[in-house]
Design a protein around this ligand. Sequence first.
Ligand SMILES: [Zn+2]
Ligand SMILES: [Zn+2]
Length: 110
Amino acid sequence: MAPHRNTHYAVKNISGTSANKCWCGNWIKHWQNAARSRRLTCSVVPCNRFAEVGAHVQIDDGRFYGHWYIVPMCRAHNIHHNYETMYIDRRVELIPANVAATCQRSSWWL
Ligand SMILES: [Zn+2]
Ligand SMILES: [Zn+2]
């Protein structure tokens, strides 16, 4: 069965986020720190490539519009002219990109 909104997170890439920095060093580490996971496989279904980057995405169902999340992705999926809706494995945690709510807080590291 093809992935769809009821079985997967539907997301879109957000462009123009390269200036957005966090305390983890890079966004794939941000995702790993927050998810407490060493996963380095692209979270897009179906894709099993190496996840080199933490991609900024928005959920594409309208309800959470405006919130930014980080998920692991390969370089092929994290391209800023990629406007396609992508489907993310539900087992992958969507980690907030908002550093004030995550790695900027000292308590987040405990
Ligand atoms: Zn971080
Ligand atoms: Zn991929």
